[in-house]
Design a protein around this ligand. Structure first.
Ligand code: UDP
Ligand code: MG
Length: 310
């Protein structure tokens, strides 16, 4: 018998919890045949609706259901980390509760790890159906940028839906950083990963917890956590500007020697000053981003706080 832990982060998902459970249980026969026991770990990320009650209801009926309930909303990253910490399974899978990560893929995923010798099976959606076009555009741009500025592999369209061996989970748990960007962490720890592709499934019930602004902030987390290239960018821009200034000085001196010096060019001067101070602020901002992340890391605050668990 081997144990499979299913980690399910939930934030205000009262409509989805039971649906998810039913859908997952459709694999029951397969689990039984393959001698796989399961534990389902719901992580309630400080929901303000009836999510916890729904989970407790499931727990009362099925002892394989466990839950952790946070003291407030700590974010999906924290919820996934808590789930990984609490999981005991030989295999661990992370799934969204909204059924956008189809439980029907589990048999194929388990097969790849048990029979084909992979350490992890990840999923990516090949389209972004049902998503606002502007969101898709920026998401694609983000992955293109990350490919250029980070050594860590991050796949466009990758979901957090992933099955892993205990060995890989333990490796992930060693990364105790406060600013967590799981998509990068998966890539960073490495291991042999098989990618499964599927068409985007739209949310079964409820609505997405991510708006554009939240995603934008999250992408900055991703960049600062897995690349120091922006810091280099600051020095690069500095050098370019010095070079440009030097050429300009030469040009002005030569012009003065040849044609004298009629006073002109005030507007252009103002523009240049404005632009240079803009660039300086931008570079300071980049520095500030890294400093802020460092500040949060240095505090070593816990990644999440538990209100109750069972
Ligand atoms: N989630 C969470 N904490 C949050 C936001 C979301 O635990 O602060 C959970 C949510 O309940 C769901 C999963 O993370 O199970 C994915 O969220 P969502 O479906 O809103 O994201 P999307 O699929 O739109 O990217
Ligand atoms: Mg979703």
């Amino acid at each position: 018998m081997s144990l499979l832990s299913v980690i399910v982060p939930c934030y205000n998902e009262e409509e989805s919890v039971e649906l998810f459970y039913q859908e997952l249980m459709k694999n029951q026969e397969y689990f039984h045949k393959e001698e796989i026991e399961i534990e389902i770990l719901f992580v309630d990320d400080g929901s303000r609706d009836k999510t916890v009650e729904k989970i407790k209801g499931l727990r009362a009926a099925d002892a394989r259901v466990h839950y952790i309930s946070f003291s407030r909303n700590f974010g999906k990253e924290a919820a996934m980390f808590a789930g990984l910490e609490k999981s005991r399974g030989d295999y661990v899978v992370m799934m969204d509760v909204d059924l956008q990560d189809p439980p029907a893929l589990l048999p194929d995923m388990l097969h790849a790890i048990r029979e084909e010798g992979y350490d992890s099976v990840a999923t990516r959606r090949v389209d972004r159906k049902g998503e606002p076009p502007i969101r898709s555009f920026f998401a694609r741009a983000f992955y293109k940028l990350m490919k250029k500025i980070s050594k860590t592999e991050m796949m466009d369209g990758a979901r957090d839906y992933r099955l892993m061996t205990r060995q890989m989970v333990n490796s992930i748990l060693e990364l105790r950083e406060y600013n967590r960007f799981t998509k990068g962490i998966f890539g960073w720890v490495g291991f042999k990963t098989k990618w499964l592709e599927y068409e985007n499934v739209e949310r079964a019930k409820g609505e997405t917890k991510w708006n554009f602004w939240k995603l934008f902030i999250y992408s900055i987390d991703g960049i600062t956590a897995f690349s120091t290239m922006p810091l280099m960018l600051a020095s690069l821009v500095g050098v370019l500007f010095c070079l440009f200034a030097f050429l300009l000085i030469v040009f002005i001196v030569v012009r003065k020697l040849l044609f004298g010096d009629p006073v002109s060019g005030w507007p252009s001067l103002v523009c240049i000053i404005l632009m240079v101070s803009g660039v300086q602020c931008f570079c300071l901002g980049i520095l500030g981003q890294y400093l802020a992340k460092m500040y949060m890391e240095v505090k070593k605050r816990p990644i999440y706080l538990v209100r109750e668990e069972e």
